[in-house]
Design a protein around this ligand. Structure first.
Ligand SMILES: [Zn+2]
Length: 319
């Protein structure tokens, strides 16, 4: 497709990708990204989607070898849909983020068949949202947090970044696997296997698909004044690691199994789930004044809406 048919924003983000993602900058964690032709999937221009290296994702370990996840920048209609997110409502934030992922992600199973954002691990949602943000605003529209260097007292702004650009270093630090879990990890199947009294229980961080169904279940129960079985839903989502959907009857059957677990099995699995906190752990960067590393917790300075809504848009675009 000729460049003149692309919007200015698309051209900018392609330029950004070429400069930062396909370049040979040694510091760039994304330099292994390559453009691939996914045009056989539908009529989207093939160069719009970028395959990402899975090992940069917090749950990268849990995708079977050969899995391909590609992302593209968000279009203005998608940003518009996201912009009405209720910053105080966790379920709404999750829904709106999933909305962005559903349009901006392509998922391919190792056997070449097409999946969707529902196959993405729940713990990767925020990281991918930021990667998409960084493609959408190649100029690096500022989203940062005020921090103070403990060493020299310098106050500065740390940018929230999943990837490095030529101007800003990536700041996200992923949670590492708990040493307690390591010996249970099956690196071929990409799951944790717990053999309890002769029965194998396989667990991994849940998919977005299962999480969406369980959130739906929680919502319906709350609306009808029933209390959702949160202990069950939490554990079940990890046991259903290889699923992206389940029927209502399926949930009921699983809940019955859950109630019949032995004390030992429940305690072990529940402890294991408590250790499977894969996601963004914190942020770090070097102090611009003394050069020592500064770390801070991962939080949104002004709510989840600002990930795609630029607060000082007038200054940012005209300033
Ligand atoms: Zn300092």
């Amino acid at each position: 497709m000729a460049d003149k048919f692309k919007s200015k924003q698309e051209q900018e983000s392609l330029k950004y990708l070429e400069e930062n993602f396909v370049g040979d900058n040694q510091d760039n964690d994304l330099n292994s990204i390559k453009k691939v032709d996914l045009s056989y999937l539908d009529d989207v221009p093939s160069n719009e989607y970028m395959v990402i290296p899975l090992d940069i994702l917090p749950c990268g370990l849990f995708y079977k070898p050969g899995t391909k996840i590609s992302i593209r920048s968000a279009k203005v209609q998608e940003v518009q849909a996201y912009s009405v997110v209720d910053d105080n409502n966790y379920l709404d934030i999750t829904e709106k983020m999933n909305g962005i992922l559903s349009s901006c992600i392509k998922y391919i199973y190792p056997n070449g068949t097409k999946g969707s954002y529902k196959d993405v691990r729940d713990g990767d949602r925020l990281f991918l949202i930021f990667m998409i943000r960084e493609l959408t605003f190649p100029g690096g529209k500022n989203l940062s947090k005020d921090v103070t260097c403990e060493n020299c007292g310098h106050e500065f702004k740390m940018e929230l970044r999943a990837t490095s650009s030529n101007k800003v270093q990536k700041s996200f630090v992923n949670i590492e696997m708990s040493p307690k879990l390591e010996k249970f990890f099956d690196s071929r199947e990409r799951v944790f296997v717990f053999n309890i009294d002769g029965v194998d229980y396989k667990m991994a961080p849940p998919t977005i698909g299962i999480q969406e169904i369980f959130f739906g279940d929680i919502k319906t129960k709350i609306q009808t004044d029933k209390s959702p079985n949160v202990a069950f839903l939490k554990l079940a989502s990890f046991l259903l690691h290889d699923r992206i959907k389940i029927t209502e009857d399926g949930i009921k059957a699983k809940e019955q199994e859950f109630k019949n677990l032995s004390m030992k099995t429940f305690q072990v699995l529940n402890h294991a789930v408590g250790l499977m906190l894969f996601g963004i752990k914190e942020m770090k960067c070097d102090c611009p004044s003394c050069g020592l590393e500064v770390r801070t917790d991962m939080s949104f300075p002004s709510g989840a809406s600002n990930i795609f809504v630029i607060p000082d848009a007038i200054d940012e675009y005209f300033g």
